[in-house]
Design a protein around this ligand. Structure first.
Ligand code: CDP
Length: 783
């Protein structure tokens, strides 16, 4: 008999199917694609951050060996392709025509017989740049009289790109009037870059005979990209096929549409040959979707017992020269409203202003739901400051303010309805595991010896799984997702999804969902994603949305297929459908367990012996529009040792308790959490993209932009609680991003905690040893 364990159903740590090919070097990435007569494209990028463009001399480049064409913005203008819409409703230059607005912006392209010839010819292009003052600081960008960056936009008179607010300003002011204490924190969540192992690229193949455009592309959202391509290029959508083959990490970086994709497609269309564009590491780091860059000011009002009364947040977001990341249309600052976190806050008000600056466009959901990382960081840092201010233990302040289990579904003051949670339990589990009280005693003792130990807590709540179509859309397209399931006559199945894995293990976990619902072994189910001709429409994979949306769609369609299977089983067993019962992998007649048929028998009969009046075949498609998002949560505790002489800090322990509802594949979930924790640690400790006063990007290679390797990354201890999402068909919540959301605050809180008795309250990320050393010395040395 089939059992859930044997077939690899939900809760089984099935080994990842995709790894067989990926670890043997048999993956198929965009870089692997080579088509007959394929040309290569290279992009000329602006060396300056802000300048008017004069003449562009392409003559020498066009005459160089192997060069087929040189393309400028003016050439694209003739085809109405010089500008394109962005996923956030702005416009972005494909190749600059009037001005360059950031260092690294695309100015011209060379198409040649080889990649080397294309790159060599770039050096022969001469561009007259007439320098303009660069605007690097978003606060300066918003000041009156700042140089106008987006003079291309009609009616745009300053560098404001959006304004947004949530919550109740008046109720929040009243809460502040009644407060015993107000804690303030100003902090910058710095710019960082997702830096996926594989950079972005495409192979565009427009067939001159049929007009069909096949575009192999590093895309986390192939269906939406197809629609945008149809709109930008004016190609009929049914003639565009976007294929996202294996993707070597996305982390939000492969959501935006980049000029390289558009120019390669336009070049293929005009030249009639396939065109390949693969960006270098430096191009990826200086020109593609950055993340974060939020300047935040938070104020928390409390009574003297530590009960939170109100939260007020103002933030300035640095979006770079184009608002080109993807945020849901109504949420200009993403889902930042989750800033009230895990706390029962009676009142809150959040206001945000987005600024254009002379930097690459950014703000992608880098391993987080839209802007949730920034929100979580702010509230967790504020809560810790409140604890010191009121002289209450940081764990205790949280316990006094958590939303209690019986309050769910909980309506937050900024408008979310949290589905479920048990914050108390997760936190107590983390504290117990780390030995919190003992650590506090040790901290006291060490302080007497002049040694610094810090314990940092972050109790985060995320909002993932966008969305419900009523409230959330990207460029007007509702945020649902889809699954198509076909069971073949021999009982094997194929599941096609609108989302697109970039390494998360979808081929394994989505097969497990269908295995659970239909009783077909997960090994007998192939999962296909990322080919727009052969998968149902979906919004793609980012912001931990795949399990809450496509995972739900897979469960629902498997249930529908099973319902049809029941009719076929009834026919085979000569019984009425209502007299049948289901157990993993088979239908049987109630009271006669021996009279049964397996799901495989049913599948065969669907094609060979269907009942009269029942359509042959066993398949279906489901579009799932979730009723709400899901709200995974957890508590992380970091313990660090700080060297008072050097400011160096080392992680002694990191205990992570995560709750993502029902875990489909616990091993994969753990892997996701490990990955997220490593990224969270990297951001807290070293990852920083910054700019000099001229707008030059400092961090254009891995010598300057530091990402943690296995050497620096600390050991992680992971634990779980399970609070299912009541509205999700299998009770799962997304998890892919949680650890990156939760952990930076835990690490930073730990370092500050080590220094708190000296009055240190804030150190901005990345928390380098130099900054820690400085903080210690400003406070008068270790005491
Ligand atoms: O959208 P994305 O795939 O990045 O995020 P996710 O839906 O949170 O899923 C990340 C990976 O963890 C996928 O392979 C999921 O199927 C798996 N997962 C799981 O096994 N159980 C959960 N409760 C949530 C996710």
């Amino acid at each position: 008999m089939a059992t859930v364990e044997a077939i690899g159903g939900i809760g089984q740590s099935v080994k990842r199917k995709e790894d067989d090919r990926l670890i043997q070097g048999r993956g198929n990435y965009v870089g692997d694609i080579a088509l007959p007569r394929m040309l290569h494209l290279a992009l000329l990028r602006s060396p300056v951050a802000h300048a008017r463009i004069g003449a562009i001399d392409t003559e020498a480049a066009a005459a160089a060996d192997g060069v087929v064409a040189v393309v400028t913005g003016k050439d694209l203008e003739a085809h109405n392709l010089a500008w394109m819409p962005t996923l956030s409703g702005d416009t972005q230059a494909v190749l600059a025509t009037d001005k360059v607005r950031f260092q690294g912006q695309e100015v011209a392209a060379v198409v040649a017989e080889s990649a080397h010839a294309a790159h060599d010819a770039l050096e022969l292009i001469e561009v007259d740049y007439e320098p303009l003052p660069p605007v690097v600081d978003p606060q300066v960008a918003l000041e009156a009289g700042a140089p106008l960056i987006r003079d291309d936009k009609e009616g745009q008179e300053d560098n404001r790109c959006y304004e947004w607010e949530a919550g109740d300003a008046e109720a929040t002011s009243r809460a502040f009037e009644d407060a015993d204490a107000v804690v303030e924190l100003e902090t910058h969540y710095p710019r960082c870059h997702p830096a996926p192992l594989e950079t972005c690229g495409c192979v565009a193949d427009v067939n001159p005979a049929t007009g069909k455009a096949t575009i192999y592309m590093t895309s986390q959202a192939p269906h939406v990209h197809r629609t945008l391509f149809a709109m930008v290029a004016g190609l009929p959508e049914q003639n565009i096929q976007i294929i996202s083959p294996d993707i070597g990490g996305g982390f939000g970086n492969k959501v935006p549409i980049y000029p390289g994709y558009v120019v390669a497609t336009a070049a293929s269309l005009l030249i009639g040959r396939p065109v390949k564009w693969i960006e270098s590491r430096s191009e990826n780091l200086i020109s593609t979707g950055f993340a974060r860059d939020y300047h935040m000011k938070g104020e928390l009002a409390l009574n003297r017992d530590g009960k939170m009364l109100g939260l007020r947040v103002r933030l300035v977001s640095d979006n770079g020269a184009f608002y080109a990341d993807a945020q849901p249309s109504k949420c200009r600052a993403g889902l930042f409203g989750i800033v009230t976190g895990s706390y029962d806050l009676p009142a809150a008000h959040v206001s945000a202003v987005g600024a254009y600056t002379n930097k690459a466009p950014g703000g992608v959901a880098y391993r987080c739901s839209f802007r949730v990382t920034e929100a979580s960081f702010l509230i967790e840092r504020l809560v810790q400051s409140a604890a010191y201010e009121l002289d209450i233990d940081p764990a205790e302040v949280r316990l006094r303010n958590f939303i209690r289990p019986e309050q769910f579904p909980y309506r937050s003051p900024t408008g979310f309805e949290y589905d479920s949670g048990d914050y108390d339990r997760a936190m107590r589990m983390a504290l117990e595991s780390v030995g919190y009280e003992e650590l506090r005693r040790e901290q006291e003792e060490l302080r007497r010896e002049g040694k610094l130990l810090g314990i940092g807590i972050a109790s985060f709540t995320e909002v993932v799984g966008a969305g419900h179509g009523k409230d959330y859309d990207i460029a007007g397209i509702k945020m649902f997702d889809s699954a198509e399931l076909r069971v073949h006559p021999t009982g094997k199945a194929i599941l096609k999804l609108g989302v697109k894995s970039q390494g998360q293990g979808h081929e394994t976990t989505f097969a497990q969902i269908v295995a659970e619902e239909l009783g077909i072994p997960a090994d007998d189910i192939t999962v296909r994603e990322g080919d727009t001709d052969n998968t149902p429409y979906g919004l793609g994979t980012y912001a931990s949305r795949s399990t809450p949306t496509a995972g739900a769609a897979a469960a629902v369609i498997a249930r529908k297929v099973r319902e049809k299977g029941e009719q076929i089983a009834a026919h085979l067993l000569e019984a009425a459908p209502e007299d049948l019962e289901w157990e993993t992998g088979r239908f049987f007649v109630k009271g006669s367990p021996d009279r049964s048929v397996t799901i495989q028998d049913v599948a065969f009969a669907a094609y060979t012996n269907p009942p009269d009046g029942v359509e042959p075949g066993l398949e279906g498609v489901h579009y799932y529009d979730p009723p709400n998002m899901t709200f995974p949560f957890g508590t992380y505790v970091a313990v660090v040792e700080v060297d008072a002489e050097t400011g160096e800090w080392k992680v002694r322990r990191l205990v992570a308790v995560d709750d993502c509802g029902v875990r489909i594949n616990p091993m994969i979930v753990e892997g996701q959490i490990h990955g997220g924790l490593a990224e969270g640690y990297g951001i807290a400790a070293m990852q920083l993209i910054t700019f000099d006063d001229e707008g030059n990007c400092i961090g254009s290679n891995f010598m300057d932009y530091l990402i943690p390797t296995a050497w620096e990354t600390p050991r992680f201890e992971t634990l779980e609680t399970v609070t299912p999402s009541p509205h999700h068909p299998i009770g799962a919540k997304g998890v892919g991003e949680s650890a990156t959301v939760g952990s930076p605050a835990a690490f930073v809180n730990a370092v500050i905690d080590a220094l708190a008795h000296m009055g240190v309250r804030n150190i901005d990320m990345p928390v380098t040893s130099a900054k820690v050393w400085e903080a210690i010395h400003r406070a008068g040395g270790a005491r």
